[in-house]
Design a protein around this ligand. Structure first.
Ligand code: ASP
Length: 308
């Protein structure tokens, strides 16, 4: 039976010249580790949902990426994280927005799906729910990272809101996400992010918005996006890929191309997405300099890349 998984660790202006071979390897190792975790679940007959959650959890625990532990600072010097999961055969979904001190927001999103009766919860309410569900919490120190702090200091006190990966390759990159097809033929997607550096007013990006940054539907595909969230929300990017397949009969690669290279640029949407269809075809595409990404199919070979 065919199965597969893909992950991303953010897309944007990744300046190739500034990323040393050594650092590039560190990122690629982290992506490969996430892929292996997900792949292990799929190869032993586990669900796509468990696989994407495990892959995203591993990237949330890695301080290199803008999710979980490595989340960027908001305008108040805090970390507010967003995450979502979606299951393709039931169209069930769960998401959290603007949560702090939750070690693995993707796990909380899963609990929202499984046990809250809601799809998207936010802020203090989500924190209360996290307590009730006894998910792992961490103090502020766990989320402190010197490089992220300096990134924030460059724009703190201004109106500038930055994609964590805009402005050079000297550090940390990316929102994280995963999509998978399991041996039962089911699809799932998950996305997790600290959002944008110096964000204010409890700004929420596309990642936890079902249909914008995250979507899965067994009749078409599973999608996880990364880039400037406002544009992805306006483009309803993840669902648009699915809709182009469902209503227009496009193949996955054509649908992704339409959204990433035609629709998003019209809305200043810089970034990319990863997607897998029900036959296990995987497409990883972006309209910017680079996207941290990787995939692994039934043969178990792990492929990672950053630039074109
Ligand atoms: N899409 C995320 C957001 O807007 C950011 C990113 O992908 O890096 O919150």
């Amino acid at each position: 039976m065919n199965f597969g998984i893909a992950v991303h660790g953010g897309a944007g202006t990744v300046a190739q010249a500034e990323l040393t071979a050594h650092r590039e390897q560190i990122y690629r190792d982290a992506l490969a580790d996430a892929l292996r975790r997900g792949h292990g679940i799929l190869s032993s007959g586990g669900t796509a949902l468990d696989a994407v959650a495990a892959a995203v959890r591993s990237l949330e625990d890695c301080p290199l990426f803008n999710a979980g532990r490595g989340s960027v600072f908001n305008a108040d010097g805090q970390h507010e994280m967003d995450a979502a999961v979606m299951e393709g055969h039931t169209l069930r979904a769960g998401a959290v927005a603007g949560v702090s001190n939750v070690k693995n927001p993707v796990d909380l999103a899963r609990r929202v799906m499984d046990g809250s009766g809601h799809v998207l919860i936010s802020g203090m309410g989500a924190f209360e729910f996290a307590h009730r569900e006894k998910v792992l919490l961490e103090d502020d120190e766990y989320f402190f990272d010197q490089h992220r702090f300096e990134q924030w200091q460059e724009v703190a006190g201004t109106q500038v809101v930055k994609l964590d990966h805009s402005g050079g390759g000297r550090g940390k990159f990316g929102t994280v996400g995963a999509v998978a097809l399991d041996q039962q033929g089911h699809l799932a997607a998950a996305t997790s992010t600290g959002g944008m550096t110096n964000k204010r007013w409890q700004r929420i990006g596309d990642s936890p918005i079902i249909g914008a940054g995250t979507y899965a539907n067994d009749s078409t595909c599973a999608v996880s996006c990364t880039g400037n969230g406002e544009s992805f929300i306006r483009a309803v990017a993840a669902h648009d890929v699915s809709a182009l397949m469902e209503y227009k009969g496009l193949a996955l690669a054509e649908a992704v191309r339409e959204v990433v290279h035609r629709k998003l640029p019209l809305l200043d949407g810089e970034g990319g997405l990863i997607a897998i269809d029900r036959n296990g075809h995987i497409v990883l595409d972006f309209n910017c300099e680079g996207m941290y990404r990787g995939h692994s199919g039934a043969d178990g070979a792990v492929v990672t890349a950053i630039f074109r």
